[in-house]
Design a protein around this ligand. Structure first.
Ligand SMILES: C[S@@+](CC[C@H](N)C(=O)[O-])C[C@H]1O[C@@H](n2cnc3c(N)ncnc32)[C@H](O)[C@@H]1O
Length: 300
């Protein structure tokens, strides 16, 4: 269990003029910001670029931050351009201060340790073992400051991320925006994945409740909507948007959704921009600042 924080616990609205926080604290985003039709569908090979691009924008607003990657090993070690953790660490300007990278696989850990060695000037911590256990230890250590803008990628394969971990992350902060989540929800192969299981403790931990079989009675759209509503209603995120990731360039099937859950009013717009621009060259910083309406004082 993650320890409950009682010290300095304030309501979100009490904190609006506290300079130590990054942003004004959330007025709930009601209604959910509207997203225009998606211009350039992202496909599986470009997922890491989407994450990289979003964090490129994120730090322009926050000017600092912590990156947690729960399932961080490279899916294809021979294709570093598709490895989210590497792209995020290499992002310029280097505004993210702390990186917590988890993986349970030996080969993945080898690559993560090499990545850390290649960046001796950055604060990178690699955790070997089950993310669901290790994340609780990290959160309990209170190493991540309550005021630290924090983004967590939960790029599981299918059922590896327990709902209890999602909940612990969402409940960590008591006085500022919740930890932002980018959660992988399988779409196309989920029915097949569950039908191949011999033991059902995996989907049960993934969903965190015994009624998980009802998810497989739904169609894919309903299932995605059920997850989105759960992030909103149970975890209390102000904005939750499912970003479809397609099979191939130009479309095809929706292989999975990346569910973006955030309290920051600017974040959904930045994700929309990242989704539409991830495969294009990065915008120069001064152009971006102008387009995002960031003044000189927020220059990196
Ligand atoms: C889909 S891959 C991650 C891909 C990665 N985000 C990238 O950009 O290439 C999932 C990773 O999760 C790891 N994994 C699986 N179960 C895990 C667990 N319980 N705890 C931590 N890592 C786990 C696997 O070893 C694998 O490296």
């Amino acid at each position: 269990m993650v320890r409950r924080r009682t010290k300095n616990k304030r309501s979100n609205t009490q904190n609006q003029d506290d300079d130590s926080t990054l942003f004004q604290l959330p007025s709930r985003i009601v209604p959910e910001p509207r997203i225009k039709s998606l211009q350039f569908p992202i496909w599986t090979e470009k997922k890491a670029q989407l994450i990289e691009r979003y964090l490129y924008y994120f730090v322009l607003v926050t000017k600092h931050g912590t990156y947690i990657d729960g399932f961080a090993g490279p899916q294809q070690p021979d294709k570093p351009e598709m490895w989210a953790a590497k792209l995020v660490i290499d992002n310029e300007p280097k505004r993210l201060n702390h990186f917590y990278l988890f993986d349970s696989d030996r080969t993945a850990l080898f690559h993560l340790k090499k990545l850390k060695e290649a960046h001796p000037d950055r604060d990178i911590v690699v955790y070997g073992g089950d993310f669901n256990e290790k994340i609780v230890r990290l959160l309990n250590s209170e190493r991540i400051k309550q005021t630290e803008a924090t983004f967590c990628l939960l790029d599981q394969r299918t059922f590896e991320c327990h709902w209890s971990s999602v909940k612990a992350l969402a409940g960590y902060k008591s006085s500022s925006f919740k930890i932002e989540l980018f959660y992988f929800l399988p779409n196309f192969w989920l029915e097949r994945a569950v039908s191949g299981l011999r033991h059902f403790d995996m989907p049960q931990k993934w969903w965190g409740k015994t009624d998980w079989p009802r998810l497989f009675e739904m169609n894919r759209n309903e299932r995605k909507d059920t997850f989105v509503q759960r992030f909103k209603n149970e975890l209390g995120y102000a904005s939750v948007k499912p970003w479809p990731i397609y099979e191939k360039q130009g479309g095809g099937r929706i292989m999975y959704y990346m569910i973006h859950a955030t309290d920051h009013p600017e974040a959904p717009k930045l994700m929309e921009r990242a989704y539409n621009k991830a495969v294009q060259p990065k915008e120069p910083l001064n152009q971006l600042q102008f387009e995002l309406g960031l003044n000189k004082s927020s220059q990196p």
